[in-house]
Design a protein around this ligand. Structure first.
Ligand SMILES: Cc1cc2nc3c(=O)[nH]c(=O)nc-3n(C[C@H](O)[C@H](O)[C@H](O)COP(=O)(O)O)c2cc1C
Length: 363
């Protein structure tokens, strides 16, 4: 039994562990393994077209009948700024020269897609049990359609204000994403990175501010972290980094190597890959161009000019790849995802039991 059963009851799952959707680093296999183990598997769709979403979800549906979460980005598409784009390409010129890339051949473009009509139609057709968003919520016309499909809706908040905003617009649960989290910061009402909040202070303040269940995310990678999240009032956790080492993740060689040798201070927030702050391992590109570059165009427009460098550089070295990771990577064991999910839940319940028995003995 868990101290707060609201998330489990509302979402129809056995274990209060949401596998974080990780665009580019996870797909159907990871989602299936976690959902089958009793958690909530997630399918990231930010880098997939509608037909790919349909195909991936089709695979999940064939292999598990348990609930699944489809995840979309919902950033406002920025207006391209030719001057800024030119400045960014100028900043990257030494790399174009080093890798023999002709900058004239590099197309501009987005690289990450916000949820749209076509994606919404797939949701209506295939009816995932849960739809999660990153960077706020889509326009009401799309959100209403997603809700009308029967899906429970969740999204990430990085401040109390964002949590209130999401709850007021009908989210069934709110993810409190602390500063420790791997990948993109879900921030959408603020740009002030220096004021972003850590998981420990964020979770209880969000719990106090909203009535819906709170899912703690960021730097949780073992049973102790899950027990701590529940002690702070969370009703579930969302875990990304700890699943990256599992055989079911799509993390490449360099990413896995960095995860294996990770320390507490191996990661940094950087905007040099996409234009938005995201937490990942420090490598040559991050060190030399960032970690934060004012030249980078607005998210996701910075992506296009970096793509050919990523393609031309040695992928196994990982020096020019985004290697997203949270601060707790070193705590994560190398286990298949289903086994990891069960182990995390068992460790957390054991710790919570111990804590409550100590409390009873003292009382
Ligand atoms: C490799 C990676 C990719 C991510 N991609 C996404 C994504 O596509 N959508 C999303 O909502 N969150 C994404 N996130 C953020 C997670 O949802 C979550 O906030 C984070 O993993 C929690 O922190 P942790 O990594 O310390 O467990 C990503 C995180 C990582 C590590």
């Amino acid at each position: 039994m868990w101290p707060d059963m609201r998330f489990l009851d509302l979402f129809g799952i056995d274990l209060p562990i949401v596998q974080a959707p990780m665009a580019g680093s996870s797909g159907a296999e990871l989602a299936i393994a976690v959902s089958e183990a009793g958690g909530l598997g997630s399918l990231p769709c930010a880098m997939l077209g509608p037909e790919q979403v349909r195909a991936e979800l089709g695979i999940v549906r064939q292999r598990t009948s348990r609930p699944v979460n489809l995840n979309f980005f919902c950033h406002a598409e920025p207006t391209p700024d030719p001057e800024r784009e030119a400045g960014w390409r100028k900043r990257l010129t030494p790399y174009y020269e080093e890798f023999g890339i002709d900058p004239v051949t590099i197309p501009t473009g987005a690289g990450r897609l916000p949820v749209d009509e076509a994606a919404c139609a797939v949701v209506e057709d295939m009816r995932p049990e849960v739809v999660s968003f990153h960077f706020g919520l889509p326009p009401a016309s799309l959100l209403d359609r997603v809700k009308a499909s029967g899906a429970k809706v969740i999204s990430s908040a990085t401040t109390v204000e964002e949590a209130r905003w999401l709850a007021a617009r009908g989210c069934d649960a709110v993810i409190a994403q602390g500063y420790e989290a791997g990948g993109h910061r879900g921030m959408f009402l603020t740009q002030e990175m220096g004021r972003q909040v850590g998981t420990f202070p964020l979770v209880p303040q969000v719990v106090d501010a909203v009535d819906v269940p709170v899912i703690a995310a960021g730097g949780i990678a073992d049973g102790r972290g899950i027990a701590a999240a529940f002690a702070l009032g969370a009703a579930a956790v969302q875990i990304g980094t700890a699943y990256l080492r599992s055989p079911e993740s799509l993390a490449g060689l360099a990413h896995r190597r960095a995860l294996t040798s990770a320390r507490d201070d191996s990661t940094v927030l950087t905007n040099v890959f996409t234009g938005r702050p995201a937490r990942g391992f420090v490598n040559r590109f991050v060190r030399e161009v960032g970690p934060i570059s004012r030249a980078a165009p607005e998210f996701p427009l910075a992506t296009a000019a970096v793509a050919p460098i990523r393609g031309a550089a040695d992928a196994d070295s990982g020096e020019f790849l985004p290697l997203w990771s949270g601060q707790a990577a070193a705590l994560a064991p190398d286990l298949p995802a289903g086994e990891l999910t069960r182990k995390l839940a068992a460790e957390a319940t054991e710790r919570l039991d111990r804590l409550s028995k100590t409390g009873e003995a003292k009382a």
